[in-house]
Design a protein. Structure first.
Length: 174
């Protein structure tokens, strides 16, 4: 789309899901004069839209799993992120409770250039299988965890929601 001598294009690729990828300004056509005010307005609008989701839509915090039974805390582990089981329905066996309490279920994630967390792993606590994983923020309080083996196209996605209230953390030795 070309407006007032500035070409504003939108693009969408499989590699680029960040809002900034949808707004790009190019130089005006030769022969047309564009006031700096209008150029700045176009660039500011693009920039504002590009970062609207980023402000407060981070991956860190406590997340409620899809089945609403457990809570996972995601926090920084150096340059990567890790996730720990912080609340879950207790099982009959105290040793199992101790093993699961604060168990690391996510790790190794690196942030890519479009804001997704990739090259990580996730443990399925029901069978202790480990899968490759990627995390993205779908909305301000919605996280999508994609678990897969080998190729991300052949996996399963679960949606977690940010937990905003108090919770009873698990305790070992009970």
């Amino acid at each position: 789309m070309r407006q007032a001598g500035v070409a504003v294009t939108s693009r969408h690729t499989a590699e680029s899901h960040h809002p900034s990828a949808y707004c790009r300004a190019t130089a005006p056509r030769p022969g047309l004069r564009l006031s700096s005010f209008i150029a700045n307005v176009v660039l500011i609008c693009c920039g504002t839209n590009a970062h609207a989701l980023d402000a407060g839509a981070d991956v860190f915090g406590v997340w409620r799993t899809e089945d609403r039974a457990s809570l996972i805390e995601i926090k920084s582990c150096g340059t990567a992120i890790c996730g720990y089981l912080v609340s879950f329905p207790p099982v009959q066996d105290a040793a199992t409770n101790d093993t699961l309490c604060r168990a690391q279920l996510l790790g190794g994630f690196e942030k890519d250039r479009v804001g997704r967390w990739i090259k990580g792993w996730v443990v399925d606590p029901e069978d202790n299988d480990i899968y490759e994983a990627a995390i993205s923020i779908a909305a301000r309080d919605e996280l999508r965890l994609r678990a897969y083996v080998g190729d991300e196209r052949f996996g399963r996605t679960v949606t977690w929601h940010r937990h905003s209230g108090a919770y009873s953390p698990c305790r070992t030795g009970q």
